[in-house]
Design a binder for this molecule. Structure first.
Ligand code: 8YV
Length: 324
């Protein structure tokens, strides 16, 4: 009989991490790699010591409070945990961990990719060329916007926002403004070139590009709504690598259709994997399929970070990345 803790990964992880975990735990894999429904998640809660979900799993009260629950730890694969009912976990005494740090630069790189693709109209250009519509070079062809001296405004100023600020400021000469729950230290402000603006409305109104880096969940639902989109400068750009529901997608479609703002670069959506049909029609929307942390190195590092939390927990040591 094996005394090894039983753990379940709700999706397939990189081979390296699956092998590492299999050497240390009794691992259940979801071979189909299709998201598990609530009933299957509840069953898993009864048969395992730890459950390792991703953003595609809804770990709500009904799952956490499964009858005859055995799971003691939710080892989330990802830094964001708005898909887990944290209050219910607290109430039930279930521990939750996440994977900060290891995806910071990779996700910031993707924000920069969207910043460049939107301001230089890269998606539009590629579509034109592939469709055989490119008639050749001309001085006024598909002109975008330069970045040097422009103001990048960050909503939320955690690790990923700070890394995005550093790259935009030092590599592209952008000026940086931010709004967050609290003001960063003077050292961080100096190093990232960032200036604190104490209202979201003001930040929306003064920036050339606004990039979202706040957590998801009820407190940020539709933070960027029709009124806030109207506050943006004509010709401004909106980037979202945080969580889809932070933006009212229908209102964004209206703002982009009327060209009040020049473009949006999105990696996340209100109801993934569904994308608002209005967005799909727009040349000035760059749309990626939630690829923020999707590099081999980072996805392996995220899995290893979950492994470290599992190992600590089952050794009776403090969690490396406790959420609860
Ligand atoms: C992940 C993310 O791809 O870590 C996060 O919060 O959004 C992404 O990097 C995904 O959430 C993994 O569950």
């Amino acid at each position: 009989m094996s005394a090894r803790p039983r753990i379940l990964l709700t999706r397939r992880w990189t081979e390296e991490v699956e092998r590492y975990l299999a050497e240390r735990f009794d691992v259940t894999l979801n071979d189909s790699d299709v998201p598990m429904n609530a009933a299957a998640l509840r069953d898993a809660m009864r048969d395992h010591d730890a459950l390792c979900p991703t953003v595609t799993d809804r770990i709500d009260d009904s799952v956490l409070a499964a009858e005859s629950r055995r799971v003691q730890l939710i080892g989330n694969f990802g830094v964001g945990y708005n898909h887990i009912d944290i209050e219910a976990a607290k109430r039930l005494g279930i521990r939750v961990s996440n994977t900060p740090d290891v995806l910071t630069d990779t996700t910031a790189d993707l924000a920069i990719l969207l910043l460049l693709m939107t301001t230089r109209r890269a998606g539009e250009g590629e579509r034109e060329l592939r469709a055989g519509r490119w008639t050749g070079w001309r001085p006024t062809h598909m002109m975008g916007q330069s970045l040097a001296g422009k103001v990048l405004g960050l909503i939320g100023f955690g690790r990923i926002a700070q890394a995005t600020a550093r790259k935009a400021h030092h590599a592209f000469g952008m000026r940086i403004a931010y709004n967050g729950r609290r003001r960063a230290s003077t050292a961080v402000e100096q190093e990232t070139g960032a200036e604190f603006i104490d209202s979201v409305d003001e930040l929306m109104a003064v920036c050339d590009v606004v990039s979202l880096h706040c957590p998801g969940g009820a407190s940020t639902f539709h933070l960027v709504n029709a009124e806030r989109l109207r506050l943006m400068k004509p010709g401004a750009v909106l980037i979202n690598t945080a969580r889809g529901p932070v933006i009212d997608e229908a209102a964004l479609v209206t703002a982009l259709t009327g060209r009040h703002i020049a473009a949006a670069g999105l990696d996340v959506y209100e109801e993934e994997p569904r994308v608002h049909p209005g967005l799909l029609q727009l040349e000035n929307a760059v749309l990626l399929p939630h690829l923020g942390s999707a590099t081999v190195e980072t996805r392996t590092a995220m899995g290893m970070r979950v492994a470290q939390n599992l190992e600590a927990y089952f050794a009776g040591a403090p969690l490396r990345d406790p959420v609860v």
